[in-house]
Design a protein around this ligand. Sequence first.
Ligand code: 26V
Length: 818
Amino acid sequence: LALAPVVSPPSSVDGFVKQFLTNLNFDQGVSLSESDANDQYLALAGTVRDYLMARWLEDQARQNEQQSKTVCYLSAEYLLGRQLDNNLLAARLTDIATDALAQCGIDINDLRELEVEPGLGNGGLGRLAACFIDSLATMSVPNIGYGIRYEYGIFRQTFVDGEQVEQPDAWLRMGSPWDFPHPEAAQTISFGGRTETYDDNGTERTRWIPDWSVLAVPYNMMVPGYHNGRVNTLRLWRAVATNAFDLRIFNSGDYEESVRAQTFAENISKVLYPEDSTPQGKELRLQQQYFFVSASIRDFIDTVLPADYDLTKLPDRVIFQLNDTHPVIGVPELMRVLIDEKGMEWDDAWAITQQCFAYTCHTLLPEALEVWPVDLLGRLLPRHLEIIYRINEEFLEEVRERFGDDMLRIRNMSIIGEHPYRSVRMAYLATVAGAKVNGVAELHSQLLRDKVLHDFAEMYPDKFTNVTNGITPRRFIRLANPSLAELITEALGAGWTIDLERLRGLEALAEDPEFRERFGAVKAANKRRLNEVLFQRDGVHVDETHMLDVMVKRLHEYKRQMLKVLHIVTLYDGIASGRVAAADVTPRTFIFGAKAAPGYAMAKRIIHLINAVGSVVNNDPRVEGRLKVIFPPNYNVTLAEKVIPAADLSEQISLAGKEASGTGNMKFALNGALTIGTDDGANVEIRQLVGDDNFFLFGMTEPEVEVLWAQGYTPADFYQAHAGLRGALDLISSGAFSEGDRSVFEPVVSNLLYDDRFMVLADYASYIAAQERVDAAYADQDAWTKSAILNVARSGFFSSDRSMRDYIDRIWHTPPVL
Ligand code: 26V
């Protein structure tokens, strides 16, 4: 192994101080006395980087030398959260840095707060990618995360009169100390134009004559493993105009046009699309997808692999994991590269391609399955469309051989859909091309096999597998909940952070009154910390004597924030109508966190309603402060790290069969909240592990949902049948939360009464009954705490390290490089 080309600064307070001051002087260009907090933050980040650098360079050398197989994770989203603490922890520098800065007269906490988290994702799918790369680094598995360096991440949410208003997320404005641009390693990415055939010494070949191109410039970020001295790479691409582009326009003498063209090119990585369920078929989105996938695949082949690498052996060196359908255009791209650029035959290229990709599906909602109109795809990527057509022809031929000339089946399985317009079904393309297809929780994988991809599962039963999602215990326990982490370490010794099944050791301690007391004290301290954060941030108070009942996730009808609203309104209605004495109500604070896609009108209306209900309930003296609704705007990873450890009750209340997995549910359980939830996604597995006594189950099961649909669901029947539900809906309709204006929330109520696609009304009674069980259980604090401890003890399975092991065993076959 080549000697480390850089020397790490000494791991001591003095060493850190020196390096920090050097960076402040030479990178930020200021003296300590002249520096402001942002200079100091940037210099601190630079110092942490400096400590990791030698390992990073070493690891890249080692992986090249050992010719190891690399997981190339292709994801349009990485919802990373703040980097500083994570990297300090990984490098064992937290205490040293704290002391070093104190010596310079700086409180590190003040600098922590300056970091703007890179919000390069929408929700679960993007956060999952971030957890996975953390786990791979911690497990010493070679990995490159490939994605897009959006200039603007997920919008910043504000509320104006209770309504969501989006603001751009200018996360790069104060500098970006965690990434390294490499313009010398840029790739040229082409679009448009036409294809033509030509004679290549007697064989007919095709070439693509594109019409325009952009440069993809890689920005590398470090992904340090936890306490193992490993550093993997996250490589995010930024779009920059090519010189050729400029030159052509320059020659025509139109300077303004050349600036416009530059802007056009750079638009590609300008902004993250904030929709996370209904694909809009937007051309720019397809440009983004092809842009990062083409850059990534060619980067791996042309710069990561040795120059003379025999590409017939590509599957020995790489697996491209497709994080949902967003990167699926990589399939025809690899085919194009192998055939048109490397001169391979179709059959050889196809055999290789089928071994190099695997596909993870993250949804069950039919409207979230991406399709691209053939017109659009053919205009933007004509050669890729030809390749997709040929893949489809050969695939349908295979279908015919297997199942005969069954036209219905062929129409159903075709990668090209005909209605309402000709389009490419990306999930089908991924399934046909991928070596493996996985869902993200047991139930979800089962439903994929039985429903969404049924015909494919019949044809390729061995392709289908499950890998249940997970979360990284580094960020979501160690960093987010240091008091709990300390308690666990004291009880079980170190080591649990990378071997989360060890939490089982806490089961016995659930019986120990002293441990329960300490565990309860941790929860109380986390509530106080949340109170401080929310007071600072939004001027609101969290009462630590209240049960904290939390629902944080994207706003979507299938997740059923409305069910939670109906519960709150029911409680309020009881008090306001005098039927229930306020003194008999369990004091609860309801915390919501949710962004709505900017174009999703119903979701925005529900946000407005939550805020409106909050302002009435919180200000009605009859409530005597026993119910409180808090909806801090702009829920993100940073806020999650404060909210989740403080929660008592975790709301996981989607309609059964709709939430593919959920990962928030795992974060809550591991931080000692009890779940109220449906039999959906990973809730099913959580309940199996923690036990029925420690989980509040309610609602229809997925098969029951199907039966009710088949019978013909009439939500109004449920309205008629249940007085509490009637009361709540009538109260909303009456204008009680909209200053008497009945029109404001009319669309929400009539949607529930006359449509209710996600069967909120059908599950209402069961939900209210489960909430009553919650109140009863909470009355016995000691028993509640015991359940909370058992939730922690039995949730080790949900470490993303375990998820990675499952991917490695079932899909990737990538050993660690030690
Ligand atoms: C879908 C789409 C559709 C096209 C428009 C843009 C766009 C952007 C993102 C997405 C992702 C939606 C799928 C998603 O986030 N699924 C979530 O994945 C989590 C991780 O597997 C899982 O826990 C959640 O249950 C699932 O909803």
